[in-house]
Design a protein around this ligand. Structure first.
Ligand code: O2Y
Ligand code: MN
Length: 593
Protein backbone atom coordinates (compact mmCIF):
# COMPACT_ATOMS: atom_id res chain seq x y z
CA UNK A 1 0.00 0.00 0.00
CA UNK A 2 2.84 2.45 0.73
CA UNK A 3 6.57 2.93 0.24
CA UNK A 4 6.75 5.54 2.97
CA UNK A 5 9.56 4.18 5.13
CA UNK A 6 8.55 6.04 8.29
CA UNK A 7 4.94 4.89 7.97
CA UNK A 8 5.87 1.25 7.38
CA UNK A 9 8.27 1.26 10.35
CA UNK A 10 5.73 2.88 12.67
CA UNK A 11 2.93 0.45 11.66
CA UNK A 12 5.34 -2.45 12.32
CA UNK A 13 6.14 -1.07 15.78
CA UNK A 14 2.46 -0.68 16.64
CA UNK A 15 1.68 -4.19 15.36
CA UNK A 16 4.47 -5.52 17.56
CA UNK A 17 2.94 -3.70 20.53
CA UNK A 18 -0.78 -4.41 20.01
CA UNK A 19 -0.44 -7.81 18.30
CA UNK A 20 -3.56 -7.75 16.08
CA UNK A 21 -4.50 -10.92 14.17
CA UNK A 22 -4.91 -8.95 10.92
CA UNK A 23 -3.97 -5.63 9.40
CA UNK A 24 -6.29 -3.86 6.95
CA UNK A 25 -5.03 -0.83 5.00
CA UNK A 26 -8.16 1.24 4.32
CA UNK A 27 -8.54 2.44 0.73
CA UNK A 28 -11.65 4.55 1.34
CA UNK A 29 -13.72 2.74 -1.31
CA UNK A 30 -17.47 2.18 -1.25
CA UNK A 31 -16.86 -1.59 -1.34
CA UNK A 32 -14.74 -1.28 1.80
CA UNK A 33 -17.49 0.67 3.59
CA UNK A 34 -20.07 -2.00 2.66
CA UNK A 35 -17.81 -4.84 3.80
CA UNK A 36 -17.09 -3.16 7.16
CA UNK A 37 -20.76 -2.39 7.72
CA UNK A 38 -21.70 -6.02 7.01
CA UNK A 39 -19.13 -7.20 9.55
CA UNK A 40 -20.36 -4.73 12.15
CA UNK A 41 -24.02 -5.68 11.58
CA UNK A 42 -23.07 -9.33 12.11
CA UNK A 43 -21.37 -8.66 15.47
CA UNK A 44 -23.99 -6.16 16.64
CA UNK A 45 -21.46 -3.29 16.73
CA UNK A 46 -23.81 -1.49 14.34
CA UNK A 47 -27.53 -1.78 13.62
CA UNK A 48 -28.79 -1.03 10.14
CA UNK A 49 -31.59 1.57 10.16
CA UNK A 50 -34.63 1.52 7.86
CA UNK A 51 -33.02 1.98 4.45
CA UNK A 52 -36.12 3.51 2.87
CA UNK A 53 -36.64 6.15 5.52
CA UNK A 54 -32.96 6.70 6.35
CA UNK A 55 -30.89 5.46 3.40
CA UNK A 56 -27.27 4.68 4.20
CA UNK A 57 -27.83 5.28 7.93
CA UNK A 58 -26.62 3.09 10.79
CA UNK A 59 -26.95 3.07 14.57
CA UNK A 60 -24.36 2.53 17.29
CA UNK A 61 -24.34 2.38 21.09
CA UNK A 62 -21.27 2.98 23.23
CA UNK A 63 -20.51 1.65 26.69
CA UNK A 64 -22.49 3.52 29.37
CA UNK A 65 -19.37 5.06 30.90
CA UNK A 66 -17.98 6.09 27.49
CA UNK A 67 -20.30 8.81 26.26
CA UNK A 68 -18.21 11.99 26.08
CA UNK A 69 -14.67 13.33 25.89
CA UNK A 70 -12.89 12.59 29.16
CA UNK A 71 -10.95 15.76 29.86
CA UNK A 72 -9.53 14.47 33.14
CA UNK A 73 -7.91 11.58 31.25
CA UNK A 74 -6.56 13.81 28.46
CA UNK A 75 -2.90 14.86 28.75
CA UNK A 76 -0.39 17.00 26.92
CA UNK A 77 2.89 15.09 27.10
CA UNK A 78 5.71 17.61 26.66
CA UNK A 79 9.25 17.25 28.04
CA UNK A 80 8.71 20.26 30.31
CA UNK A 81 5.55 20.68 32.39
CA UNK A 82 5.55 24.45 31.88
CA UNK A 83 5.21 23.97 28.11
CA UNK A 84 1.81 22.33 28.66
CA UNK A 85 0.89 25.22 30.96
CA UNK A 86 -1.40 25.57 33.97
CA UNK A 87 -4.65 24.76 32.14
CA UNK A 88 -3.65 21.36 30.70
CA UNK A 89 -3.16 17.99 32.38
CA UNK A 90 0.49 17.11 31.91
CA UNK A 91 2.49 13.91 31.84
CA UNK A 92 6.10 13.43 30.75
CA UNK A 93 6.45 11.62 27.40
CA UNK A 94 8.24 8.73 29.15
CA UNK A 95 5.42 8.28 31.64
CA UNK A 96 2.76 8.71 28.93
CA UNK A 97 4.24 6.15 26.57
CA UNK A 98 5.01 3.80 29.48
CA UNK A 99 1.51 3.88 30.99
CA UNK A 100 -0.27 3.60 27.65
CA UNK A 101 2.06 0.85 26.38
CA UNK A 102 1.07 -1.30 29.33
CA UNK A 103 -2.59 -1.01 28.26
CA UNK A 104 -1.95 -1.33 24.52
CA UNK A 105 0.32 -4.40 24.86
CA UNK A 106 -1.41 -7.39 23.21
CA UNK A 107 -4.77 -5.54 23.31
CA UNK A 108 -5.60 -6.24 19.64
CA UNK A 109 -5.20 -10.03 19.86
CA UNK A 110 -8.14 -11.60 18.02
CA UNK A 111 -8.90 -8.25 16.37
CA UNK A 112 -8.02 -6.45 13.14
CA UNK A 113 -5.89 -3.32 13.10
CA UNK A 114 -7.21 -0.85 10.51
CA UNK A 115 -4.78 1.64 9.00
CA UNK A 116 -6.62 4.86 8.11
CA UNK A 117 -4.61 7.42 6.13
CA UNK A 118 -6.48 10.74 6.26
CA UNK A 119 -6.27 14.38 5.26
CA UNK A 120 -7.34 17.19 7.51
CA UNK A 121 -8.23 19.88 4.97
CA UNK A 122 -9.00 19.77 1.26
CA UNK A 123 -6.85 17.48 -0.84
CA UNK A 124 -3.99 19.44 -2.38
CA UNK A 125 -4.43 22.47 -0.11
CA UNK A 126 -1.29 24.07 1.34
CA UNK A 127 -3.30 24.38 4.60
CA UNK A 128 -3.86 20.60 4.89
CA UNK A 129 -2.09 18.04 7.06
CA UNK A 130 -1.90 14.26 6.80
CA UNK A 131 -2.56 11.86 9.65
CA UNK A 132 -2.63 8.08 9.88
CA UNK A 133 -4.87 6.49 12.51
CA UNK A 134 -4.40 2.88 13.55
CA UNK A 135 -7.48 1.50 15.28
CA UNK A 136 -9.19 -1.76 16.17
CA UNK A 137 -12.66 -0.22 15.84
CA UNK A 138 -14.83 -0.48 12.71
CA UNK A 139 -17.00 2.29 14.21
CA UNK A 140 -13.96 4.57 14.19
CA UNK A 141 -13.12 3.68 10.58
CA UNK A 142 -16.67 4.45 9.44
CA UNK A 143 -16.75 7.74 11.37
CA UNK A 144 -13.34 8.77 10.02
CA UNK A 145 -14.68 8.07 6.49
CA UNK A 146 -17.25 10.80 7.10
CA UNK A 147 -15.21 13.24 9.18
CA UNK A 148 -12.04 13.20 7.04
CA UNK A 149 -10.95 12.69 3.46
CA UNK A 150 -9.37 9.27 3.79
CA UNK A 151 -7.96 6.29 1.87
CA UNK A 152 -5.64 5.61 -1.04
CA UNK A 153 -5.46 9.20 -2.27
CA UNK A 154 -3.78 10.16 1.00
CA UNK A 155 -1.03 7.54 0.66
CA UNK A 156 -0.48 8.65 -2.94
CA UNK A 157 -0.02 12.22 -1.72
CA UNK A 158 2.17 11.18 1.23
CA UNK A 159 4.70 9.60 -1.13
CA UNK A 160 7.90 7.94 0.09
CA UNK A 161 8.98 10.53 2.61
CA UNK A 162 5.97 12.76 3.43
CA UNK A 163 5.28 13.71 7.06
CA UNK A 164 2.19 12.65 8.99
CA UNK A 165 0.74 12.69 12.51
CA UNK A 166 0.95 9.23 14.09
CA UNK A 167 -2.40 8.44 15.68
CA UNK A 168 -2.74 5.15 17.56
CA UNK A 169 -6.12 4.19 18.95
CA UNK A 170 -7.15 0.97 20.69
CA UNK A 171 -10.39 0.10 22.44
CA UNK A 172 -8.49 -2.26 24.78
CA UNK A 173 -10.94 -3.22 27.55
CA UNK A 174 -12.87 0.07 27.22
CA UNK A 175 -12.32 0.43 30.94
CA UNK A 176 -12.43 4.00 32.25
CA UNK A 177 -9.65 3.09 34.71
CA UNK A 178 -7.47 2.11 31.77
CA UNK A 179 -8.31 5.04 29.52
CA UNK A 180 -5.77 7.65 28.40
CA UNK A 181 -5.92 10.29 25.67
CA UNK A 182 -2.35 11.43 25.14
CA UNK A 183 -0.97 14.11 22.85
CA UNK A 184 2.79 14.16 22.27
CA UNK A 185 3.19 17.44 20.35
CA UNK A 186 7.00 17.20 20.26
CA UNK A 187 6.67 13.82 18.43
CA UNK A 188 3.63 14.74 16.29
CA UNK A 189 1.95 11.72 17.90
CA UNK A 190 -1.39 10.87 19.54
CA UNK A 191 -2.13 7.76 21.61
CA UNK A 192 -5.67 7.05 22.73
CA UNK A 193 -6.59 3.89 24.57
CA UNK A 194 -9.57 2.51 26.46
CA UNK A 195 -12.40 4.51 24.84
CA UNK A 196 -14.65 3.89 21.85
CA UNK A 197 -16.37 7.24 21.53
CA UNK A 198 -16.24 10.60 19.80
CA UNK A 199 -13.56 13.14 20.47
CA UNK A 200 -11.54 10.52 22.37
CA UNK A 201 -11.17 8.26 19.33
CA UNK A 202 -11.80 10.20 16.11
CA UNK A 203 -8.22 11.36 16.39
CA UNK A 204 -8.36 13.71 13.39
CA UNK A 205 -10.79 15.95 15.26
CA UNK A 206 -9.91 17.45 18.63
CA UNK A 207 -6.60 15.62 19.14
CA UNK A 208 -5.03 16.41 15.75
CA UNK A 209 -6.97 19.40 14.39
CA UNK A 210 -6.78 21.34 17.64
CA UNK A 211 -4.25 20.02 20.19
CA UNK A 212 -1.48 18.94 17.80
CA UNK A 213 -2.37 21.53 15.13
CA UNK A 214 -2.32 24.45 17.60
CA UNK A 215 1.23 23.42 18.57
CA UNK A 216 2.26 23.09 14.90
CA UNK A 217 0.50 26.37 14.11
CA UNK A 218 2.60 28.23 16.67
CA UNK A 219 5.80 26.72 15.28
CA UNK A 220 4.85 27.31 11.66
CA UNK A 221 3.08 30.67 12.01
CA UNK A 222 -0.61 29.84 11.56
CA UNK A 223 -3.70 29.31 13.73
CA UNK A 224 -5.72 26.20 14.59
CA UNK A 225 -8.88 27.46 16.27
CA UNK A 226 -12.03 25.99 17.81
CA UNK A 227 -14.17 28.11 15.49
CA UNK A 228 -17.06 27.76 13.08
CA UNK A 229 -16.78 29.47 9.69
CA UNK A 230 -19.87 31.05 8.17
CA UNK A 231 -20.44 33.16 5.06
CA UNK A 232 -23.02 35.99 5.07
CA UNK A 233 -24.24 37.10 1.66
CA UNK A 234 -25.85 40.54 1.69
CA UNK A 235 -28.67 41.66 -0.61
CA UNK A 236 -26.07 43.08 -3.05
CA UNK A 237 -24.57 39.58 -3.37
CA UNK A 238 -21.35 40.43 -1.53
CA UNK A 239 -20.05 37.64 0.74
CA UNK A 240 -18.37 38.21 4.11
CA UNK A 241 -16.84 35.32 6.06
CA UNK A 242 -16.88 35.22 9.84
CA UNK A 243 -15.10 32.78 12.17
CA UNK A 244 -16.58 32.21 15.62
CA UNK A 245 -15.46 30.62 18.89
CA UNK A 246 -18.10 29.44 21.35
CA UNK A 247 -18.00 27.04 24.27
CA UNK A 248 -20.28 24.01 24.13
CA UNK A 249 -24.03 24.50 24.66
CA UNK A 250 -24.00 27.93 22.97
CA UNK A 251 -25.60 26.89 19.66
CA UNK A 252 -22.43 26.82 17.55
CA UNK A 253 -23.72 24.36 14.93
CA UNK A 254 -27.03 26.25 14.73
CA UNK A 255 -25.16 29.51 14.10
CA UNK A 256 -22.98 27.88 11.44
CA UNK A 257 -26.16 26.71 9.63
CA UNK A 258 -28.34 29.74 10.44
CA UNK A 259 -31.63 30.16 8.59
CA UNK A 260 -32.38 33.88 7.98
CA UNK A 261 -35.62 35.23 9.48
CA UNK A 262 -38.31 35.91 6.86
CA UNK A 263 -37.85 39.71 6.74
CA UNK A 264 -34.09 39.44 6.09
CA UNK A 265 -34.56 36.56 3.65
CA UNK A 266 -37.00 38.72 1.70
CA UNK A 267 -34.32 41.44 1.49
CA UNK A 268 -31.93 38.91 -0.06
CA UNK A 269 -29.73 37.81 2.85
CA UNK A 270 -28.28 34.29 2.58
CA UNK A 271 -26.10 32.29 4.96
CA UNK A 272 -23.58 29.62 3.97
CA UNK A 273 -21.69 27.09 6.10
CA UNK A 274 -17.97 26.44 5.67
CA UNK A 275 -17.47 24.60 8.98
CA UNK A 276 -19.19 24.10 12.34
CA UNK A 277 -16.30 23.40 14.71
CA UNK A 278 -12.69 23.99 13.63
CA UNK A 279 -10.87 26.61 11.54
CA UNK A 280 -7.27 26.52 10.33
CA UNK A 281 -6.18 30.02 9.39
CA UNK A 282 -3.14 31.36 7.57
CA UNK A 283 -1.98 34.80 6.49
CA UNK A 284 -1.70 35.03 2.71
CA UNK A 285 0.27 37.44 0.51
CA UNK A 286 -2.61 39.94 0.61
CA UNK A 287 -2.01 40.36 4.37
CA UNK A 288 -5.43 38.89 5.19
CA UNK A 289 -6.34 35.85 7.28
CA UNK A 290 -7.71 32.95 5.23
CA UNK A 291 -9.47 29.91 6.71
CA UNK A 292 -10.28 26.34 5.84
CA UNK A 293 -12.44 23.83 7.64
CA UNK A 294 -10.11 20.84 8.07
CA UNK A 295 -13.06 18.47 8.54
CA UNK A 296 -15.22 16.68 5.99
CA UNK A 297 -18.31 16.05 8.13
CA UNK A 298 -20.27 17.11 11.19
CA UNK A 299 -20.22 15.32 14.54
CA UNK A 300 -23.18 17.15 16.03
CA UNK A 301 -25.22 16.82 19.22
CA UNK A 302 -28.61 15.25 18.46
CA UNK A 303 -30.78 16.41 21.44
CA UNK A 304 -32.19 19.83 20.70
CA UNK A 305 -31.70 19.46 16.94
CA UNK A 306 -35.07 19.65 15.19
CA UNK A 307 -36.79 21.20 12.15
CA UNK A 308 -37.34 24.45 14.08
CA UNK A 309 -33.90 24.90 15.63
CA UNK A 310 -31.81 23.70 12.69
CA UNK A 311 -33.55 22.59 9.52
CA UNK A 312 -30.23 22.50 7.63
CA UNK A 313 -28.78 19.98 10.08
CA UNK A 314 -32.00 17.94 9.88
CA UNK A 315 -31.78 17.82 6.08
CA UNK A 316 -28.09 16.87 6.32
CA UNK A 317 -28.73 13.84 8.53
CA UNK A 318 -31.47 12.10 6.53
CA UNK A 319 -28.94 9.81 4.75
CA UNK A 320 -25.42 8.35 5.08
CA UNK A 321 -25.40 9.20 8.77
CA UNK A 322 -24.12 7.33 11.82
CA UNK A 323 -26.36 7.85 14.85
CA UNK A 324 -24.74 7.20 18.22
CA UNK A 325 -26.55 6.79 21.57
CA UNK A 326 -29.92 8.14 20.41
CA UNK A 327 -33.25 6.33 20.96
CA UNK A 328 -33.93 3.45 18.56
CA UNK A 329 -37.57 3.21 17.50
CA UNK A 330 -39.22 -0.17 16.73
CA UNK A 331 -39.45 0.81 13.03
CA UNK A 332 -35.65 1.19 12.93
CA UNK A 333 -35.66 4.96 12.82
CA UNK A 334 -34.35 7.24 15.56
CA UNK A 335 -35.55 9.86 18.03
CA UNK A 336 -34.07 12.15 20.67
CA UNK A 337 -35.24 14.64 23.26
CA UNK A 338 -36.25 18.02 21.77
CA UNK A 339 -36.06 16.39 18.37
CA UNK A 340 -38.57 15.80 15.64
CA UNK A 341 -42.14 15.39 16.93
CA UNK A 342 -43.50 13.91 20.14
CA UNK A 343 -41.75 10.96 21.79
CA UNK A 344 -42.63 7.58 20.29
CA UNK A 345 -44.85 5.35 22.47
CA UNK A 346 -41.90 3.00 23.01
CA UNK A 347 -38.38 2.19 21.86
CA UNK A 348 -34.95 1.11 23.01
CA UNK A 349 -33.03 3.77 24.88
CA UNK A 350 -29.35 4.59 24.32
CA UNK A 351 -28.38 1.93 26.86
CA UNK A 352 -30.36 -0.70 24.93
CA UNK A 353 -33.16 -0.98 27.49
CA UNK A 354 -36.89 -0.99 26.79
CA UNK A 355 -38.13 2.62 27.00
CA UNK A 356 -41.44 4.44 27.27
CA UNK A 357 -41.90 8.22 27.67
CA UNK A 358 -42.06 9.25 31.32
CA UNK A 359 -40.23 6.20 32.70
CA UNK A 360 -38.30 7.03 35.87
CA UNK A 361 -35.27 5.57 37.64
CA UNK A 362 -35.04 4.52 41.32
CA UNK A 363 -34.58 8.16 42.34
CA UNK A 364 -37.70 9.18 40.43
CA UNK A 365 -35.73 10.97 37.70
CA UNK A 366 -37.05 10.79 34.11
CA UNK A 367 -35.02 8.36 31.98
CA UNK A 368 -34.10 10.02 28.69
CA UNK A 369 -34.38 8.00 25.49
CA UNK A 370 -31.20 9.50 24.06
CA UNK A 371 -28.01 10.30 25.92
CA UNK A 372 -27.69 14.12 26.28
CA UNK A 373 -24.39 13.90 24.35
CA UNK A 374 -25.76 11.55 21.65
CA UNK A 375 -24.48 12.41 18.20
CA UNK A 376 -24.94 12.24 14.45
CA UNK A 377 -21.98 11.89 12.11
CA UNK A 378 -22.90 13.20 8.67
CA UNK A 379 -21.09 14.33 5.50
CA UNK A 380 -20.75 18.13 5.26
CA UNK A 381 -21.40 17.86 1.50
CA UNK A 382 -25.03 16.91 2.32
CA UNK A 383 -25.69 20.22 4.10
CA UNK A 384 -28.12 22.29 1.97
CA UNK A 385 -26.38 25.56 2.88
CA UNK A 386 -22.81 24.34 2.43
CA UNK A 387 -20.73 27.17 0.97
CA UNK A 388 -19.65 26.79 -2.68
CA UNK A 389 -16.09 27.53 -1.51
CA UNK A 390 -16.04 25.14 1.45
CA UNK A 391 -13.45 22.93 -0.23
CA UNK A 392 -11.47 25.74 -1.84
CA UNK A 393 -7.80 24.77 -1.29
CA UNK A 394 -7.00 28.45 -0.70
CA UNK A 395 -9.66 28.85 2.00
CA UNK A 396 -11.99 31.82 2.48
CA UNK A 397 -10.97 35.34 3.66
CA UNK A 398 -12.00 36.10 7.24
CA UNK A 399 -13.31 39.63 7.83
CA UNK A 400 -14.48 39.18 11.42
CA UNK A 401 -13.83 36.89 14.35
CA UNK A 402 -16.52 36.59 16.99
CA UNK A 403 -16.22 35.06 20.42
CA UNK A 404 -19.14 34.37 22.68
CA UNK A 405 -20.10 33.17 26.07
CA UNK A 406 -23.21 32.53 28.07
CA UNK A 407 -23.58 35.52 30.45
CA UNK A 408 -26.91 36.26 32.13
CA UNK A 409 -26.11 39.89 32.99
CA UNK A 410 -22.57 41.01 32.23
CA UNK A 411 -22.02 41.19 28.48
CA UNK A 412 -24.20 43.10 26.02
CA UNK A 413 -25.68 41.41 22.96
CA UNK A 414 -22.63 42.41 20.91
CA UNK A 415 -19.58 44.65 21.14
CA UNK A 416 -16.55 45.26 18.98
CA UNK A 417 -13.02 45.40 20.34
CA UNK A 418 -10.99 48.56 19.80
CA UNK A 419 -8.25 46.76 17.88
CA UNK A 420 -6.54 43.35 17.53
CA UNK A 421 -4.64 43.55 20.83
CA UNK A 422 -7.81 44.44 22.71
CA UNK A 423 -9.58 41.64 20.79
CA UNK A 424 -7.01 39.12 22.05
CA UNK A 425 -7.81 40.33 25.59
CA UNK A 426 -11.55 39.91 24.90
CA UNK A 427 -10.90 36.35 23.62
CA UNK A 428 -8.60 35.57 26.55
CA UNK A 429 -11.27 36.62 29.05
CA UNK A 430 -14.09 34.69 27.39
CA UNK A 431 -16.27 32.91 29.94
CA UNK A 432 -19.61 31.20 30.39
CA UNK A 433 -21.90 30.70 33.34
CA UNK A 434 -22.93 27.13 34.04
CA UNK A 435 -26.49 26.21 33.15
CA UNK A 436 -28.68 23.83 35.13
CA UNK A 437 -27.93 21.17 32.49
CA UNK A 438 -24.22 21.26 33.26
CA UNK A 439 -22.31 19.60 36.05
CA UNK A 440 -21.16 22.02 38.78
CA UNK A 441 -22.54 25.06 40.59
CA UNK A 442 -25.32 26.89 38.77
CA UNK A 443 -24.17 30.30 37.54
CA UNK A 444 -20.48 29.59 38.26
CA UNK A 445 -18.21 31.34 35.76
CA UNK A 446 -16.02 29.02 33.70
CA UNK A 447 -13.19 30.79 31.91
CA UNK A 448 -12.59 29.32 28.47
CA UNK A 449 -10.38 31.55 26.31
CA UNK A 450 -11.52 31.30 22.69
CA UNK A 451 -13.19 27.98 23.67
CA UNK A 452 -9.68 26.49 23.54
CA UNK A 453 -9.27 25.52 27.21
CA UNK A 454 -9.54 21.75 26.57
CA UNK A 455 -7.88 21.97 23.15
CA UNK A 456 -4.76 24.13 23.29
CA UNK A 457 -1.77 21.81 22.83
CA UNK A 458 0.64 24.11 24.69
CA UNK A 459 0.85 26.78 27.37
CA UNK A 460 -2.14 29.11 26.97
CA UNK A 461 -0.04 32.11 27.95
CA UNK A 462 2.13 31.40 24.89
CA UNK A 463 -1.08 30.97 22.88
CA UNK A 464 -2.12 34.56 23.68
CA UNK A 465 1.38 35.62 22.62
CA UNK A 466 1.02 33.74 19.33
CA UNK A 467 -2.31 35.47 18.65
CA UNK A 468 -0.65 38.84 19.26
CA UNK A 469 2.22 37.94 16.91
CA UNK A 470 -0.21 36.89 14.19
CA UNK A 471 -1.88 40.30 14.54
CA UNK A 472 1.46 42.04 13.96
CA UNK A 473 2.02 40.05 10.75
CA UNK A 474 -1.31 40.95 9.12
CA UNK A 475 -1.77 44.14 7.13
CA UNK A 476 -5.53 43.70 6.69
CA UNK A 477 -6.80 42.36 10.00
CA UNK A 478 -10.17 40.82 10.80
CA UNK A 479 -12.22 42.86 13.27
CA UNK A 480 -12.92 41.16 16.61
CA UNK A 481 -16.33 41.00 18.31
CA UNK A 482 -17.93 39.50 21.41
CA UNK A 483 -21.54 38.29 21.34
CA UNK A 484 -23.87 37.13 24.11
CA UNK A 485 -27.17 35.58 23.04
CA UNK A 486 -28.03 34.69 26.65
CA UNK A 487 -28.69 37.95 28.52
CA UNK A 488 -31.71 37.57 30.78
CA UNK A 489 -34.27 39.99 32.17
CA UNK A 490 -35.41 40.36 35.79
CA UNK A 491 -37.75 37.39 35.25
CA UNK A 492 -34.78 35.17 34.28
CA UNK A 493 -36.02 34.83 30.70
CA UNK A 494 -33.77 35.40 27.68
CA UNK A 495 -34.08 38.91 26.27
CA UNK A 496 -32.91 37.95 22.78
CA UNK A 497 -34.77 35.34 20.68
CA UNK A 498 -31.57 33.81 19.24
CA UNK A 499 -31.45 31.24 16.41
CA UNK A 500 -32.15 32.84 12.98
CA UNK A 501 -32.56 36.28 14.58
CA UNK A 502 -28.83 36.22 15.36
CA UNK A 503 -28.36 37.19 11.70
CA UNK A 504 -29.33 40.75 12.74
CA UNK A 505 -26.21 40.83 14.90
CA UNK A 506 -24.05 39.21 12.21
CA UNK A 507 -25.33 41.80 9.73
CA UNK A 508 -24.26 44.62 12.10
CA UNK A 509 -20.86 42.93 12.38
CA UNK A 510 -20.56 42.70 8.59
CA UNK A 511 -21.50 46.37 8.22
CA UNK A 512 -18.98 47.34 10.94
CA UNK A 513 -16.33 45.58 8.84
CA UNK A 514 -17.36 47.86 5.96
CA UNK A 515 -17.55 50.95 8.24
CA UNK A 516 -21.28 51.08 7.59
CA UNK A 517 -22.98 50.63 11.00
CA UNK A 518 -23.39 52.93 13.97
CA UNK A 519 -21.81 52.25 17.34
CA UNK A 520 -21.05 54.12 20.53
CA UNK A 521 -17.73 53.91 22.28
CA UNK A 522 -17.98 52.39 25.77
CA UNK A 523 -15.29 51.26 28.26
CA UNK A 524 -15.51 47.66 26.96
CA UNK A 525 -15.61 48.44 23.22
CA UNK A 526 -17.98 49.65 20.49
CA UNK A 527 -21.63 48.77 21.15
CA UNK A 528 -24.43 49.26 18.57
CA UNK A 529 -26.44 52.42 19.00
CA UNK A 530 -30.16 51.91 19.49
CA UNK A 531 -31.48 51.53 15.98
CA UNK A 532 -28.15 50.30 14.48
CA UNK A 533 -29.40 46.72 14.16
CA UNK A 534 -31.82 45.86 11.35
CA UNK A 535 -34.94 44.94 13.36
CA UNK A 536 -37.41 44.65 10.46
CA UNK A 537 -39.90 41.89 11.27
CA UNK A 538 -38.81 41.55 14.91
CA UNK A 539 -40.83 43.48 17.45
CA UNK A 540 -38.63 43.96 20.49
CA UNK A 541 -39.69 46.77 22.86
CA UNK A 542 -37.16 49.64 23.02
CA UNK A 543 -36.51 48.97 26.72
CA UNK A 544 -35.53 45.37 25.95
CA UNK A 545 -33.13 46.56 23.27
CA UNK A 546 -31.71 49.11 25.74
CA UNK A 547 -31.17 46.38 28.30
CA UNK A 548 -29.54 44.11 25.74
CA UNK A 549 -27.04 46.81 24.84
CA UNK A 550 -26.41 48.26 28.31
CA UNK A 551 -23.19 48.02 30.33
CA UNK A 552 -22.69 48.24 34.07
CA UNK A 553 -19.30 49.62 35.13
CA UNK A 554 -19.78 47.98 38.56
CA UNK A 555 -20.37 44.54 37.07
CA UNK A 556 -17.32 44.89 34.82
CA UNK A 557 -15.18 46.05 37.73
CA UNK A 558 -16.25 42.93 39.61
CA UNK A 559 -15.49 40.83 36.51
CA UNK A 560 -11.93 42.17 36.49
CA UNK A 561 -11.26 40.40 39.79
CA UNK A 562 -12.04 37.00 38.22
CA UNK A 563 -9.96 37.89 35.19
CA UNK A 564 -6.97 38.87 37.35
CA UNK A 565 -7.19 35.60 39.25
CA UNK A 566 -7.30 33.64 35.98
CA UNK A 567 -4.41 35.56 34.41
CA UNK A 568 -2.27 35.15 37.53
CA UNK A 569 -2.12 31.38 36.85
CA UNK A 570 0.08 32.01 33.82
CA UNK A 571 2.82 33.89 35.70
CA UNK A 572 5.41 35.33 33.35
CA UNK A 573 4.04 33.34 30.39
CA UNK A 574 1.18 35.86 30.11
CA UNK A 575 2.20 38.53 27.58
CA UNK A 576 2.58 42.06 28.99
CA UNK A 577 0.23 43.32 26.26
CA UNK A 578 -2.61 41.28 27.79
CA UNK A 579 -1.93 42.81 31.23
CA UNK A 580 -1.80 46.23 29.57
CA UNK A 581 -5.29 45.66 28.18
CA UNK A 582 -6.47 44.60 31.64
CA UNK A 583 -5.13 47.87 33.13
CA UNK A 584 -6.57 49.91 30.26
CA UNK A 585 -10.05 48.45 30.82
CA UNK A 586 -9.75 49.13 34.54
CA UNK A 587 -8.90 52.76 33.77
CA UNK A 588 -11.71 53.14 31.24
CA UNK A 589 -14.11 51.88 33.90
CA UNK A 590 -13.01 54.81 36.01
CA UNK A 591 -11.02 52.80 38.53
CA UNK A 592 -8.02 55.01 39.17
CA UNK A 593 -4.64 55.07 37.51
O1 O2Y B 1 -18.05 14.36 23.50
C1 O2Y B 1 -17.44 14.18 22.44
O2 O2Y B 1 -16.66 13.25 22.28
C2 O2Y B 1 -17.61 15.12 21.34
S1 O2Y B 1 -17.13 16.72 21.75
C3 O2Y B 1 -17.39 17.72 20.36
C4 O2Y B 1 -17.89 17.18 19.20
C5 O2Y B 1 -18.10 17.98 18.11
C6 O2Y B 1 -17.76 19.29 18.20
N1 O2Y B 1 -17.26 19.82 19.33
C7 O2Y B 1 -17.09 19.07 20.41
C8 O2Y B 1 -16.53 19.78 21.62
O3 O2Y B 1 -16.44 19.23 22.70
O4 O2Y B 1 -16.15 20.95 21.47
MN1 MN C 1 -16.14 21.65 19.43
Amino acid sequence: MTNNTALKKWVEECVELCQPDDICWCDGSKAERERLEREAFATGELIQLDQEKLPGCVYHRTAVDDVARTEHLTFICTSRKEDAGPTNNWMSPDEGYGRAEAIFRGSMRGRTMYVIPFFMGPIGSPFSKIGVELTDSIYVVLNMRIMTRMGKVVLDTLGDDGEFTKCLHGKAERDIKKRLILQFPEDNTIWSVGSGYGGNVLLGKKCLSLRIASYLGRQEGWLAEHMLIVGIQDPQGSMTYIAGAFPSACGKTNLAMLVPPEALKAKGFKVFTVGDDIAWMRIKEDGRLWAINPEYGFFGVAPGTNWETNQNAMKTIQRNTIYTNVLLKPDKTVWWEDGDGPPPPEGQDWEGNYWRPGMTDEEGKIIPGANPNSRYTAPASQCPCIDPKWEDPGGVPISAIIVGGRRAHLAPLVYQSFDWQHGVFVGATMASERTAAQYGKLGEVRRDPLAMLPFCGYNMGDYFGHLLEMGKKMTNLPKLFHVNWFRTGDDGKFLWPGFGENLRVLDWIVRRCQDGADASETPIGYVPTLGALDMDGLNLPAEVMEKLLSISADDWTEELKGIEEFFAKFGDRLPQEVWDEYQALNRRLGNGA
